[in-house]
Write a protein that binds this ligand. Structure first.
Ligand SMILES: Nc1ncnc2c1ncn2[C@@H]1O[C@H](COP(=O)(O)OP(=O)(O)O)[C@@H](O)[C@H]1O
Ligand SMILES: [Mg+2]
Length: 381
């Protein structure tokens, strides 16, 4: 199948690539964002790059900036790179929107602020088109509890879970531990995977092997969110990932599954970000039936959440061969070796093609939004 033709002429569309940001995935985002910028430049787009500090400040890098192998720490002091700023988010976006030819915003941010609907809402308020999912899908994708309630509601398989609120834990820890005990018994495994609801990168996650580890695991999760999930531990789980591309829920492209072989007991923060610790493959060894089921589930999860543009849908394949939907990442890692932008190679896409397609889909969505804009003739005057 050939890569779909772009509907917008590349060189016409200025693109502002935004990366960094106030998240644990700040450094990954720098690699993603600079790679996207360089690919789009090569594809003929006028590109500007905005690096967001850990404090949320917006800095515009000089035109033509290239990472050139700099470590991510080189971006800690953007002035040393000749960047202009700092600006507040709304200020920077308003100024972009005020230009004669406002750029399309390519969001290469991960985690809270970048992936949870916040910056998407700021772009909406400023009237700027941006890549990827809208506000609602972004927020749902970031919230594991809401995501799981939603996808289970439409009948997709997910690992059983219990939600615990920090306030309830503070008021009645014995009661919470008793519920966790009953829940773990019902799963047939004493181990529980405890995680904060709205975070990524495996931050704040603990595999509680024994009952006495459950309390400290909850405390750890509550450092990051006031809702925690205790999930059934999917023993021997394989981590599979699918790239989904498209705006039209009836015409989604799906690629994969790829697989991550974690160098740790589970795919924790170190396993994710220590070079060489984990391995990936673009073609997971699964049966043809499993592959078909996984791709169908990826489409179904993407549709249920209402994703647009692109997303990566992750799965757990248990030792019992059961496929479970794990999560949807609305701004997946976009580094040149990340699975999300490389899985579509099976459909003929280069890394730059994936970036250009994200831009094209964003412009397509923005155009359809304009068509729905309310005018005075719509008002009951
Ligand atoms: N219920 C579970 N059973 C077994 N392994 C799990 C479970 N939940 C998560 N994991 C492991 O932990 C990793 C990170 O969990 P995930 O829910 O994807 O959080 P994050 O959003 O931080 O990536 C997964 O990739 C998987 O390896
Ligand atoms: Mg994950």
């Amino acid at each position: 199948m050939p890569v779909p033709e772009l509907r917008h002429v590349p060189a016409q569309t200025p693109v502002a690539v935004v990366f960094g940001g106030p998240s644990a995935e700040h450094d990954v985002s720098i690699v993603s964002g600079t790679a996207i910028a360089e690919a789009l430049v090569r594809a003929g787009y006028p590109v500007e790059q905005w690096c967001l500090g850990l404090d949320g400040a917006w800095w515009r890098l000089p035109d033509g900036h290239r990472r050139d192998g700099r470590p991510q720490s080189a971006y800690d002091d953007p002035t040393s790179l000749g960047a202009a700023g700092p600006e507040r988010a709304a200020e920077a976006l308003d100024r972009l929107a005020g230009r004669d030819r406002p750029p399309l915003v390519f969001l290469a941010l991960h985690g809270p602020f970048g992936e949870d609907g916040t910056v998407q809402a700021l772009c909406e308020a400023a009237g700027l088109a941006y890549t990827g999912s809208g506000v609602t899908a972004s927020a749902i994708g970031m919230d594991k509890a809401v995501f799981k309630r939603l996808v289970r509601g439409v009948g997709l398989p997910v690992a059983d879970w219990l939600e615990v609120r920090a306030a309830r834990w503070a008021a009645d820890s014995d009661g919470v531990l008793a519920s966790l005990d009953a829940f773990a018994r019902s799963t047939g495994d004493v181990r529980l995977m405890v995680k904060p609801s709205r975070l990524g990168s495996s931050v704040g996650m603990t595999l509680a092997h024994r009952p006495e580890e459950r309390g400290p695991a909850l405390e750890e999760a509550f450092r990051f969110d006031d809702v925690a999930l205790a999930e059934r531990y999917v023993a021997g789980a394989r981590d599979l990932e699918v790239s989904v591309i498209g705006n039209d829920p009836d015409a989604l492209e799906v690629y994969g599954p790829g697989e991550i072989m974690s160098g740790h007991e589970f795919y924790d923060y170190q396993a994710k970000y220590t070079a060489g610790l984990s391995q990936t493959t673009q073609t997971a060894e699964v049966t043809a039936e499993q592959r078909a089921a996984i791709l169908d589930l990826a489409r179904a999860a993407y549709r249920a959440v209402g994703c647009e543009g692109f997303a990566r849908v992750d799965f757990l394949l248990g030792a019992d061969e059961r496929v479970l939907v794990s999560e949807v990442n609305t701004i997946p890692g976009f580094t040149p070796i990340s699975l999300f932008p490389t899985l579509p190679a099976a459909g003929g896409y280069t890394f730059a093609d994936v970036c250009a397609r994200a831009v094209d889909l964003a412009l397509g969505r923005a155009a359809s939004r304009v068509a729905h804009r309310t005018t005075t003739s719509d008002l009951p005057r």
